[in-house]
Design a protein around this ligand. Structure first.
Ligand code: AMP
Ligand code: GLY
Length: 421
């Protein structure tokens, strides 16, 4: 099979790495890719949010199967455009991608499906939103309805903070994403992520993970795209995972199908777990980044068979071969991230590191210049390892980190602390 992966971060490097292990892959192209991906696959420079451009490339290059990494092409309808052209795609339609692209849509689906989630109000003007906050009190969560690159959620400790956040959102701080606002009850508990594949009808769990969103050790400081992740997440026990499937995910899938927008692809459910019960925080219509890196390290070559089965509607006969293993990924970021950071620093030591089924450095924001790998993004490398225990995996990842020469970069030394404690 000739396969095209859309995207160019650490998530897509790990997807490419897993796909290449599968003998069914004859040729792999990644668009746009990055310096790490270029070392293992062909890269193509394409506007991946333009369905016409991608469809033309797919036809010219005789691509059989397209795997969509990020949410933006899905929300832009790229999967629809490809399916209309008869191309097999892993990833939801534009309509189904509203599960990530519109928080109000997701809350309405949860209501209809009776799925446990935070109580909420949905507003199109500031005065009504503020009145709701005054009535509910704080802490309370203010969310821009649309895609805001992970920045559209404000956890307000006071009513005044919530009012200010509402003014910011309706004032255009998040562009079109903030034209509508969802205000939610603040949920207590521990967060974990649950990943399932869906084919419109059936659902197949492929793993749990926990990430570390804050930039600083001990989970302090500003939010980031994620500074590290590990899988499995012990807080998401088999029993809680089963409840999440029965009470949240399957009812959501049934509601989506009933509305004529069956969901196909990976569904990433962010869950809040309190007193043994899961509630939905959010859905994403893609793999998490960096959660994907630990899932791919654990699944290996079968990941491609599973994504292929989801795209072809065969999940009812698919199964995951689980190993009793643990995986961790530690993000090396450019100094200053998630604020301003410099680009162009040369990264050394990478060629001394192993690249095996248990130890891999996935590249996020890297470029190649004069034969050298340089940092070109905020999150730069995802140092990923697998072991019989999380401790073994973590020790292995940090040994790799210590061999990487990137003085302009930093990482958190405590990834996995909740599960390691
Ligand atoms: P979201 O973009 O919806 O994932 O929100 C980003 C982060 O904000 C989540 O991962 C949670 O840590 C936090 N969050 C969002 N909604 C809530 C809520 N209702 N209660 C508590 N924390 C929340
Ligand atoms: N790591 C969080 C996300 O991908 O949304």
């Amino acid at each position: 099979m000739n396969i095209l992966i859309l995207g160019g971060g650490g998530r897509e490097h790990s997807l490419a790495w897993a796909v290449l292990q599968n003998p069914k892959c004859d040729r792999l192209v990644v668009a746009p890719g990055n310096a790490g991906i270029a070392a293992i696959a062909e890269c193509a420079s394409l506007d991946i949010n333009d369905g016409g451009v991608v469809a033309t490339f797919v036809e010219e290059e005789c691509i059989d199967f397209v795997i969509v990494g990020p949410e933006a092409p899905l929300a832009a309808g790229v999967a629809d455009r490809l399916r209309d052209a008869g191309v097999l795609v892993f990833g939801p339609s534009k309509a189904a991608a509203q599960l990530e692209a519109s928080k109000a849509f997701t809350k309405a689906i949860c209501d209809a499906a009776n799925a446990p989630t935070a109580a909420y109000g949905h507003f199109t003007d500031a005065a009504a939103a503020k009145a709701y906050v005054t009535d509910q009190g704080a802490p309370i969560v203010v969310k821009a309805d649309g895609l805001a690159a992970g920045k559209g959620v404000i956890i307000a400790e006071t009513v005044e903070q919530a009012h200010a956040a509402i003014d910011d959102m309706f004032g255009g701080a998040f562009g079109g994403a903030g034209a509508e606002v969802v205000i939610e009850e603040f949920m207590q508990g521990e967060e974990a992520s649950f990943f399932v594949l869906c084919d419109g009808t059936d659902v197949l769990p492929i793993g749990t993970a926990q990430d570390h969103k804050r930039v600083g050790e001990g989970d302090i400081g500003p939010n980031t795209g994620g500074m590290g992740a590990y899988s499995p997440a012990p807080v998401l026990t088999d029993d809680i995972a089963q409840r999440a499937l029965d009470e949240i995910i399957r009812p959501t899938m049934a509601e989506m199908a009933a509305r004529g927008m069956p969901y196909q692809g990976v569904l990433y459910a962010g869950l809040m777990i309190e007193n043994g019960a899961p509630r939905l925080v959010e859905y994403n219509v893609r793999f998490g980044d960096p959660e994907c890196q630990v899932l791919m390290m654990r699944l290996g070559a079968q990941a491609m068979d599973l994504m292929h089965a989801a795209a072809e509607g065969r999940l009812n006969t698919a199964q995951v071969n689980w190993a009793e293993d643990h995986a961790i990924t530690v993000v090396m970021a450019a100094e200053g991230y998630p604020g301003d950071y410099a680009k162009g620093a040369v990264i050394g030591g990478l060629d001394t590191l192993p690249a095996t089924g248990s130890q891999m450095v996935f590249h996020a924001g890297t470029s190649q210049r004069d034969g050298k790998i340089t940092a070109s993004g905020g999150r730069v490398l995802n140092v990923t390892a697998r072991g019989a225990s999380l401790r073994e995996a973590a020790d292995s990842a940090y040994r790799m980190i210590d061999a990487i020469d990137f003085p302009e970069g930093f990482c958190r030394r405590d990834i996995g602390w909740r599960a390691l404690d």
